[in-house]
Write a protein that binds this ligand. Structure first.
Ligand code: ADP
Ligand code: MG
Length: 358
């Protein structure tokens, strides 16, 4: 189980990056009326992961209930394991015609397709038949599927065969046996939805943790940035550094989070749809920092599949995210925007720190 790794230490910060962090002097001017007395916290389990909420507000208890209800609502739409979810209905109808869906489900499908296009299909929400063949979405035994099985399933993972019609509010999987899996994007979308809801209700200071997906609302009540640790993929009780952020999402994907071993080899849950095998491009984890949590979630999965070089090409052609990569040869690599608010602390664990320029 993933551990709650948010460090709420009181440190000074002087970092600036695209709105995700501000200079301390500016932050100080935004001192809120809230104090530790207004602190409300909740832990729950949803979307197959531990979720934790921290917020500062006089109506904290009610707001936490609202947040949890919103998460349960979206889970009932997006889950692949709940038999009556909208995604389960869409999958069941594969090859049989279109299915009416809610706006949320259509929106997340659309965002999934967009991130697929942006990443040359490294992000692929129709990867489900292959993920299932490995046993990752079921409670059953996980195992390496035969080459034959993978070859028969890969043709069912073509994103163009997922049709979305926003006018009629329908979607369709064209081939029998196709299936959508929102595991790589649902938590990001949900964190955006919950953040929006809480902000609309007046929350100015909070931190939402949806199993590895962190969304910061405003700053801490004293005006300081939130501090988020990036886990050491080789030892999740440890971390390689700390990001200081406000009002943005920090989302990590890595092969160390869900995996099994067979014949002494480790197989994880992020699949390269070119091969049908777990992605193996030299990365242990990818952390994305962005205002757009949905995109950050999709990209953390996609850039992990793409590997460092391709990921940096995409970063250089984008202006709406920054990233920190941990490589399998012991490097922590921050894009220049991320480096501005990242404190590297992995030296003692033999990580080497590098930054990359645009
Ligand atoms: P986590 O859910 O552990 O935080 P990710 O956001 O990286 O991690 O999502 C991984 C999940 O996404 C997998 O469990 C699977 O459901 C799905 N998935 C696996 N490979 C891909 C892929 N190439 N594109 C999109 N989704 C994927
Ligand atoms: Mg993801």
């Amino acid at each position: 189980m993933k551990k709650f790794k948010i460090l709420a230490m009181l440190l000074c910060c002087f970092f600036v990056f695209g709105g995700c962090a501000e200079k301390r002097e500016e932050a100080q001017e935004m001192l809120s009326k809230y104090s530790e007395e207004d602190l409300h916290e909740m832990t729950t389990f949803a979307m197959d992961t531990v979720m934790q909420f921290t917020l500062y507000n006089e109506n904290g208890e009610q707001l936490l209930t609202d947040a949890e209800q919103e998460i349960r609502r979206l889970e009932r739409l997006f889950s692949v394991t709940m038999e009556d979810s909208e995604i389960a209905r869409l999958n069941e109808q594969s090859g049989l015609g279109e299915v009416s869906l809610s706006e949320d489900t259509l929106k997340v499908l659309k965002r999934g397709k967009e991130i697929g296009e942006l990443t040359n299909q490294a992000f692929n929400i129709t990867i489900s038949p292959v993920v299932k063949a490995w046993g990752f979405t079921t409670d059953g035994e996980k195992h390496v599927p035969s080459q034959e099985t993978l070859e028969s399933l890969l043709p069912l993972t073509k994103i163009d065969d997922l049709k979305i019609d926003e006018h009629t509010l329908t979607a369709e999987l064209l081939k029998k046996g196709m299936a959508v899996d929102l595991g790589g994007i649902a938590k990001g979308y949900t964190s955006d939805a919950v953040t929006t809801l809480l902000k609309e209700k007046g929350v100015t200071s909070g931190l939402i943790y949806l199993g590895g997906n962190i969304s910061a609302i405003g700053t801490k009540p004293n005006g300081e940035n939130w501090k988020v640790a990036i886990e050491n993929p080789l030892d999740t009780n440890d971390y390689v550094g700390i990001l200081e952020v406000q009002d943005c999402s920090v989302i990590t994907s890595g092969g160390y989070q869900r995996y099994f071993e067979e014949n002494g080899k480790r197989y994880h849950h992020i699949i390269d749809s070119n091969t049908g095998y777990p992605a193996d491009k030299g990365l242990l984890s990818v952390t994305i920092i962005s205002k757009d949590g949905t995109k950050a979630d999709g990209l953390s999965t996609a850039l992990f599949v793409m590997g460092l070089d391709e990921a940096l090409d995409l970063w250089r052609n984008s202006d709406d995210f920054e990233a920190v990569f941990i490589t399998d040869d012991g490097k922590a690599i921050a894009t220049e925007g991320a480096a501005a608010f990242f404190t590297f602390e992995g030296r003692d664990n033999d990580f080497v720190y590098e930054t990359v320029e645009r």
